[in-house]
Design a protein around this ligand. Structure first.
Ligand SMILES: Cc1ncc(COP(=O)(O)O)c(C=O)c1O
Length: 406
């Protein structure tokens, strides 16, 4: 007999859906046999989709070699992956810590390194940014304003760099920060493209200005590349896409190719944490590292990355022509295969949820940005292996939903 009532924790609006039981590429099937195209790579993390044969082979091979190793010994896939990441990283990022399992924990480590290096406290961040769900990362995330367990924020926030945000504003805001907190600045963290904030893709100029600011004030620029790394921009890192090199880069989501893994890449100047200062037990897991190596190998040795740009342009063109017919679509944002469909929510604050659930009924999985109660940006970030016929199927279903209901 059950001792307790079973109640699942629901973490988002789709948690009541039937569980998924199988998948291949961009397709998944639920327990009732219903098939879906995944338009958002599950938790925006599966760059190469489900059950990639090469990744699975690497995982199974590794499983039969060793279960786990402590950081006193490390393991071969972790050492190989560390070397690989340094090889492909932007120049100057030549130190790596793989001993973590989630993006939040990678950002925690980046904050520790920045504070230890500078001996100061305040991290500059951006309104509506998302850097994780630990206490430390929520402190520096710009969207959890009313959370009761965050008491003393050691962070300051710039405005979200949306459309009308011009560099004059940025400079003015930075001057104000220097005036008020100049003596206590520890670092500057940004998401190169702010997916959770509504798929906000700032200009290269914005990135360069921030790079310049960090250089002048000798504080580390931290790129949170947990959303942007490993292919969706047609490059391995957003840093390559923008041509701007940070001092510290955090990686997660796609890094483990579906298995828990995160990492911090650092310029050696900021490699200040000692052994034991940032190591999470299950970090650098040999299976996750083997999966990651296989994933990077595929990105490097196929033409998947070069096709991303074209696919992104095609999707944007189609969405923009759809926008001409439906005033409901206010704007199409993003770069590469990280695309935002901004809706006019003035008549219906729940419009994004409504469209997402109608698309789900039709077998397409999409997500929305969680900017606030009236969040209205649909995120389209499919696995980068998505085919044109899958893209067209998603677009046709979206057209159908708009035509029937709006
Ligand atoms: C930009 C960014 N940083 C950090 C995180 C936190 O990663 P995790 O959920 O793996 O801790 C996320 C998760 O969505 C994210 O999008």
């Amino acid at each position: 007999m059950l001792k307790n009532n079973i109640k699942h924790t629901t973490i988002n609006t789709t948690a009541n859906n039937p569980p998924l039981v199988s998948g291949k590429g961009c397709m998944v099937t639920d327990i009732n046999g219903k098939k879906y195209i995944d338009g958002c790579s599950q938790t925006l993390n599966l760059a190469l989709g489900q059950c990639n044969e090469i990744i699975n082979k690497a995982v199974i091979g590794q499983l039969n070699k060793i279960t786990f190793t402590s950081s006193r010994f490390s393991n071969k896939p972790a050492n190989d992956l560390a070397e690989k990441l340094i090889k492909i990283a932007p120049e100057g990022l030549n130190r790596v810590n793989l001993k973590m399992t989630s993006g939040s924990l990678a950002n925690e480590g980046a904050i520790k390194a920045a504070r230890k290096f500078t001996g100061k406290n305040i991290i500059i961040s951006v309104n509506n940014s998302h850097h994780g769900q630990t206490i430390g990362t929520m402190e520096i995330s710009g969207k959890h304003w009313n959370i009761p367990y965050i008491k003393n924020r050691k962070a300051v926030f710039l405005s979200t760099p949306v459309n009308e945000y011009i560099e004059n504003n940025l400079n003015k805001e930075l001057e104000k920060i220097i005036k008020e907190h100049g003596s206590d600045l520890a670092g500057f963290i940004i998401e190169p493209i702010m997916v959770d904030a509504g798929v906000v893709a700032p200009s290269q100029k914005y990135h360069l200005e921030i790079r310049h600011f960090c250089d002048i004030h000798n504080i580390p620029l931290i790129y949170d590349e947990i959303q942007t790394a490993f292919g969706w921009l047609g490059s391995i890192f957003a840093s390559d896409f923008y041509g701007v090199v940070p001092d510290i880069m955090t990686l997660g989501k796609a890094l483990g190719a579906g298995f828990p893994l995160s990492a911090i890449l650092l310029n050696e100047k900021y490699d200040v944490l000692n052994y034991g200062e940032h190591e999470i037990t299950y970090g650098a897991h040999p299976v996750s590292c083997a999966a990651s190596m296989a994933m990077i190998d595929i990105l490097e040795n196929t033409n998947i990355l070069s096709e991303v740009k074209e696919k992104g342009i095609y999707i944007k063109e189609q969405l923009l022509s759809l926008a001409k017919n439906y005033e409901l679509i206010k704007n199409i944002t993003g770069e590469g295969l990280i695309i935002g469909i901004e809706l006019d929510s003035s008549d219906n604050p729940k419009i994004a949820d409504t469209i997402i659930s109608k698309m789900l009924e039709l077998g397409v999985i999409l997500r929305k940005s969680k900017v606030g109660a009236n969040s209205h940006v649909i995120q389209f970030k499919p696995p980068i292996i998505i085919s044109y016929s899958e893209i067209n199927e998603i677009l046709n279903k979206l057209k159908y939903v708009l035509k029937i209901f709006y």
